[in-house]
Design a protein around this ligand. Sequence first.
Ligand SMILES: NC(=O)c1ccc[n+]([C@@H]2O[C@H](COP(=O)([O-])OP(=O)(O)OC[C@H]3O[C@@H](n4cnc5c(N)ncnc54)[C@H](O)[C@@H]3O)[C@@H](O)[C@H]2O)c1
Length: 323
Amino acid sequence: MTINTVTIVGAGYMGGGIAQVLAIAGFDVAIADVSVENANASLERLKKEAKAFEDQGLFPAGSAELVAKNISAGKTIEEAVADVDFVEEAVFERVDVKRDVLSTISKHARPDAIIGTNTSTIPVKELESAVTNPERFLTVHFSNPAPFIPGVELVAGEATTQESIDAVKELLARSGNQGAQVADTPGMVLNRLQYVLLKEATTIVEEGVATAEDVDTIVRTTFGFRLGFFGPFAIADQAGLDVYANCFVTFEDAYGDRLATPQILKDSVAADRKGVKNGKGLLGDYDQATAEELIAYRNKAYAKMSQLLAELGPAPRATPRNN
Ligand SMILES: NC(=O)c1ccc[n+]([C@@H]2O[C@H](COP(=O)([O-])OP(=O)(O)OC[C@H]3O[C@@H](n4cnc5c(N)ncnc54)[C@H](O)[C@@H]3O)[C@@H](O)[C@H]2O)c1
């Protein structure tokens, strides 16, 4: 099935952003919320915001017109989902609210309409029994702010068909998003990693190792600097797997099992996989030409990132707290 018409249920922060992205990509998008008035007010906000983003050069020329032309409101949830190819649920992150809304959506949508949920953390298995014909149901998790962050996590339930997943992947390709499918576990990949970082960062502050401001400075000026271009596996390949394995010894001695050397790293080093430097990494093999191109790309990416940050200047800062 090819998706051309979409309804977003829950026209708040995320739902509104998703509606904008899809409208700019040419999809016909309706938004619905708890009331028609709410949805109408969201549409006005989205139009104003799109105009401001276009004026600031953040949206391509013509985007505000596409948002005004392609997004509609004015209908109840039941009416708005009645004849569209894809419905994305983006209401509050509460299992009971989502189940209720998903049940309404699936009762009033076409039986073949694909239904996605934008949940950040709830497994598909906790929601799918609320959906009739669950073979067309999956998580389609956009990131915040949706108009600017391209990645989308996809999670299939036990019943979800490949056809439904492929249709959503095609929609994402058309809207310039990048979908990655992961298994059905709480928090999926994005938030599991992001929350571990915050948890460790807060522990560091609680232990008095560094202040919150200094932790943030270190993250954004060192490894965070790399993350727009490379994930942890690519970064380990570039740093050297033997180097990482040696560093893990220190961590394991200090923090025990929690930071013990990962088996995959031990096995790789034992098999003489040292990363880009010997052409054998965690992600696969690098021939000489690819290794050289990768390092050149990396250098260019980080130099451009420095230039961009200099151009933007520092981000506005919070006033130091006193409690
Ligand atoms: N904010 C983020 O950073 C972020 C990022 C990724 C995913 N998400 C997920 O997206 C979803 C929405 O989050 P948000 O930040 O947009 O919240 P939000 O509060 O801005 O929007 C939620 C919208 O849902 C509507 N709503 C609530 N109950 C409803 C119901 N019964 N029927 C119809 N509409 C209803 C509200 O009126 C509101 O407009 C959540 O599942 C959240 O976890 C949020």
